[in-house]
Design a protein around this ligand. Structure first.
Ligand code: MRU
Length: 345
């Protein structure tokens, strides 16, 4: 299995995904600031992985704490704020930091060293849980697919976006183990090409048949009758089922509806944000325009060209056939079925 993140004292070690597929390079982050930078720069990316990386960044900072018991909480808060400010859309980031807050709160009265150890264990638990949850989604989700299917996906919702196995690609992996996958159509995913660079690499690594297309070919491939299902990940799902995912996902959902192709979202419960009534409330990250103007430092347009670069879009719930989670497959009407499956208290 591809390792995306690990704690190897005294570092948080991450796979630098910006260098894939040409180079497999691991980077040792020595500080929470370096972990935050790696998240901002997309060296680590994908909603579940961002959450776990932030948790490790926070645990790392607390391992290094040398101050008094009295100052511990404000030090923690400073590092937490830094990590929380990296990327706004994936709710898994805030979910993971919240898990860490709960561990801090339950560590009242512990010496700073013991608090650090407990937080490190909590981050490690998040990593291991993520793999288990992905495998559970894979098993449940593959039941949606018949034999010999051709599926389409966008971005990378795979092992590389998680601590292992993946969400949408986890379902594809589980289906492939049962010889159900005839073809995966991977949309390249402009502007930073997570589909071309990461999904293609990951699926070829596992021997799963994959064909790369540029994003503007999706409609044509569907029209030719060569897609049986679309499977995507998610960065945040609102209470009514509206789903934020990589820019271009909404377009695929519109196309799938037109061509009567089922459109499945695959995401762990840590991606579900019942505090937001609809997708209109999901904050959408806008990134630097050079991601559109250039690739790896080479401009292919006028360097000063005005551009618009939202990293995510929102797919309205009515375009989604079902949402695969580790708790089961959530069917429409999502407002009711999500409340029943996920409401606590
Ligand atoms: O900008 P990225 O690469 O972090 O965007 C990732 C996606 O949009 C994924 O589809 C999503 O996080 C789900 S990953 C299991």
């Amino acid at each position: 299995m591809i390792k995306t993140i690990a704690y190897e004292a005294p570092y948080v070690v991450i796979l630098d995904q910006n260098q894939l597929p040409q180079r497999v390079v691991y980077e040792s982050c020595a500080t929470a600031e370096q972990v935050a930078g790696a998240i901002r720069e997309l060296k680590v990316r994908g909603a579940p992985l961002i959450g776990v990386a932030a948790a490790f960044g926070l645990a790392l900072a607390m391992q290094q704490y040398q101050g008094s018991v009295a100052d511990l909480h404000s030090y923690y808060q400073g590092k937490r704020d830094l990590l929380a400010a990296t990327r706004p859309t994936a709710v898994n980031l805030f979910w993971a930091l919240q898990r860490m807050d709960e561990v801090l709160q339950s560590s009242q009265g512990c010496a700073p060293g013991a608090v650090g150890e407990r937080l490190l264990q909590a981050a490690q638990d998040l990593l291991e849980d993520d793999i288990r949850v992905n495998e559970a989604m894979g098993e449940k989700g593959q039941e949606l697919l018949g034999g010999s299917v051709r599926v389409m996906t966008i971005c990378n919702a795979g092992a590389l976006a998680t601590c292992g196995y993946g969400t949408a690609l986890g379902v594809i992996r589980s289906a492939a183990r049962r010889n159900k996958i005839e073809q995966v159509w991977a949309c390249e995913t402009r502007p930073v090409l997570q589909g071309a660079r990461l999904t293609v690499w990951e699926l070829m690594h596992d021997g799963i048949p994959v064909t790369l297309i540029s994003d503007n070919m999706a409609a044509s491939v569907m029209r030719r009758g060569e897609v049986d299902a679309v499977l995507v990940g998610a960065d945040r799902i609102a209470a009514n089922g509206d789903t934020a995912n990589k820019i271009g996902t909404y377009g695929l959902a519109v196309l799938a509806a037109y061509h009567r192709i089922p459109f499945y979202v695959v995401a762990p419960s840590s991606t579900i944000d019942l505090s937001l009534a609809s997708g209109e409330e999901i904050p959408i990250e806008e990134r630097h325009g050079d991601e559109i103007r250039q690739f790896r430092g080479v401009y292919f347009t006028v360097p000063e060209a005005p551009v618009f670069n939202p990293a995510f879009d929102v797919t309205p719930h009515e375009l989604i056939t079902a949402i695969v989670t580790e708790k089961g497959i959530i069917q429409p009407p999502f407002a009711d079925s999500m409340a029943a499956a996920f409401k606590t208290g």
